[in-house]
Design a binder for this molecule. Structure first.
Ligand code: ATP
Ligand code: MG
Length: 319
């Protein structure tokens, strides 16, 4: 029989109070003024009643406290955690409803972040295209005009024009670099493996060595999954370069023991510490959710920071 929380608490209190009344009507007597012995019995009774009441309430309300904790710590970016449905009556029903609500919210979150990320990638593509086609072409034309002018200019002016040519060439390079970051064209042209290698080369500086280790013979992945892998590697490398103080970063693309493909970016820096997650890590989580992959950001086995993205065989793209 399912007894509601209300009736359980009511019946428990009724029992305790009935017992107190029965004792007062029966063996326990109270004189006026109260005798010392009687006062002791009354006080003892009161304490016993309060203790029994407190224990019973604690037991009765424990599932609610558990549910409360689960509600307070629920995080849609770390899906799958659900409070266990225990006990019976309203609390179990409440837990079930809460779990169903989380299922619904997680599904909606995955769909809407999928839409947002698709739109974001499309917008990046458009900006990259315009940077390349509009500003890139204009600067190329300026470069040619400067060259013509420099060829015909007298000496002191010629040096200045050569200087202007150099500056223009540098900003043309910069624009191409920005466009490449916005739209990983290399991903479409050469595939994920070359794109990751070129990413590693791009982040390599005299003070930071970035190496890419790619297991040969990995299964082919669909474009959406490849883009997620690429963006997660890009953000992890950006973080390692910006925050870690590392001298070495390794990017691994390998097959997972249980099947599937895993990306691992590991640096030898000072570690995450207590730093709260920012838009970068949250963005990686959103992308991982999008393809049903698991993302783990934490300390590496020998210090530093590691970002792991596990794409198992059961992983399905949701768009
Ligand atoms: N590889 C790392 N080594 C050390 N600390 C890190 C590393 N990656 C991230 N962090 C810490 O975690 C914080 C959150 O990173 P996150 O990428 O979410 O945000 P951000 O890099 O600060 O900003 P954004 O990525 O939005 O430009 C960082 O500010 C940094 O303190
Ligand atoms: Mg970041």
């Amino acid at each position: 029989m399912v007894v509601s929380l209300y009736w359980r608490i009511f019946l428990l209190n009724t029992g305790v109070l009935a017992l107190a009344v029965a004792l007062l009507l029966g063996p326990v007597t109270v004189s006026t003024p109260v005798l010392f012995g009687e006062a002791l019995v009354l006080l003892g009774g009161l304490v016993a009643m309060l203790v029994v009441n407190a224990v019973l309430l604690r037991v009765g309300l424990a599932p609610l406290a558990r549910l409360n904790r689960a509600m307070a710590t629920a995080d849609l970016l770390k899906p799958g955690a659900r409070p266990a449905v225990t006990g019976d009556g309203e609390v179990a029903a409440l837990t079930q409803t809460f779990n169903a609500m989380l299922d619904r919210l997680e599904a909606e979150r995955a769909t809407s972040s999928g839409r947002v990320l698709t739109a974001l990638e499309a917008e990046r593509r458009r900006i990259a295209q315009e940077l390349h086609d509009e500003i890139g072409q204009t600067l190329t034309a300026v470069l040619l005009q400067l060259k013509h002018a420099a060829d015909r200019a007298p000496e002191p002016l010629r040096t200045d024009l050569h200087q202007a040519q150099e500056t223009t060439r540098a900003s043309l390079d910069e624009i191409r670099r920005i466009a490449r970051r916005l739209r990983p064209g290399v991903l479409e042209e050469l595939g994920l493996h070359s794109a990751l290698r070129s990413l590693a080369a791009e982040f390599t500086t005299p003070r930071l060595g970035v190496t890419a280790h790619i297991t040969p013979g990995l299964p082919h992945l669909d474009p959406a999954t490849e883009l997620v892998l690429y963006r997660v590697a890009q953000e992890s490398l950006t973080n390692a370069a910006r925050h870690s103080g590392a001298t070495r970063v390794e990017v691994h693309l390998r097959s997972l023991p249980g099947g599937g493909t895993g990306l691992l970016v590991r640096d030898d820096g000072h570690g995450l510490g207590e730093a709260p997650e920012g838009a970068g890590i949250r963005g990686m989580r959103e992308r991982a959710l999008l393809i049903g992959a698991e993302l783990l950001v934490g300390a590496g086995p020998h210090g530093g920071t590691q970002v792991r993205l596990d794409i198992t065989d059961t992983t399905k793209a949701t768009r």
